[in-house]
Design a protein around this ligand. Structure first.
Ligand code: URA
Length: 238
């Protein structure tokens, strides 16, 4: 779409105001000052910044999905249902992908977008995006467990994790429940951390991610992010 049409879609201002911003070199495409209001841009693939703020475009889609177990965090899969298959065909814009991954047997919050650079930025270690998980395990989580996790867990293979916060909700010899908050995203991280403590994760659900909470969104359902949420995302992860 043409840049001026894109400005119109994002409700940046009147044509006169957009022209003024353009002349003042306040519109940037992928870090470069826009050279013409008739230049062709793709809001799903490019970062369009007006007066220092990335704009929320009608062209980019943002969904928050409550992923069920059995669904894979991928765009396509020859054997299993994917998180993209969970989006209704009429909402399935081109280029949708999940921001980060949950294991196939993990339930919970997955952000889905077709804003190309956003996922990369959200997952960049410099942002330390917090994730909270509700966890059930097959053994006790004793009084020492929060300190064990707060000290930085070392996986059985020697990999070190950053300190994280464990809150035990219930503990017994055969079954315990807890919530854990961490900022990293290592492969199978939660399962491996509990394994290092000496118990096996029997159920895992991500309940928050980067300031977004699952709330009471039913399993398998998704919702569109509000304009305020999108603006927050684009401003925070710029
Ligand atoms: N940690 C895991 O072990 N699995 C997930 O799906 C997410 C975090």
């Amino acid at each position: 779409m043409r840049l001026d049409k894109c400005m119109e879609a994002a409700q940046i201002g009147s044509r006169k105001q957009v022209k003024k911003l353009f002349k003042a070199q306040r519109i940037c495409i992928d870090g470069q000052v826009a050279t013409s209001l008739s230049q062709i841009v793709d809001p799903a693939l490019q970062e369009i910044v007006v007066q220092g703020k990335q704009i929320a475009l009608a062209g980019a889609s943002y969904f928050l999905l409550h992923k069920p177990a059995g669904v894979v965090s991928a765009v396509t899969d020859s054997q299993h249902q994917t998180v993209i298959d969970c989006i209704q065909p009429e909402d399935r814009a081109t280029g949708l992908y999940p921001v980060g991954r949950l294991d196939r047997d993990t339930e919970g919050l997955v952000l889905i977008t077709n804003n190309g650079p956003l996922g990369f930025r959200m997952l960049h270690p410099k942002h330390h995006v917090d994730k909270t998980y509700y966890v059930e395990v097959n053994g006790p989580l004793s009084q020492d467990a929060p300190t064990f996790f707060a000290s930085g867990v070392t996986f059985l293979d020697g990999t070190r994790c950053q300190p994280c916060q464990l809150t035990v909700d219930f503990s017994s010899l055969e079954h315990s429940r807890a919530t854990i908050k961490l900022a990293e995203g290592k492969f199978h991280q939660v399962k491996k951390m509990f394994l290092a403590y000496g118990v096996k994760v029997t159920y895992l659900r991500r309940i928050s991610f980067g300031g977004f909470a699952l709330g009471d969104l039913p399993l398998g359902q998704y919702r569109t992010l509000t304009q305020t949420e999108i603006q927050h995302l684009l401003t925070y992860f710029d």
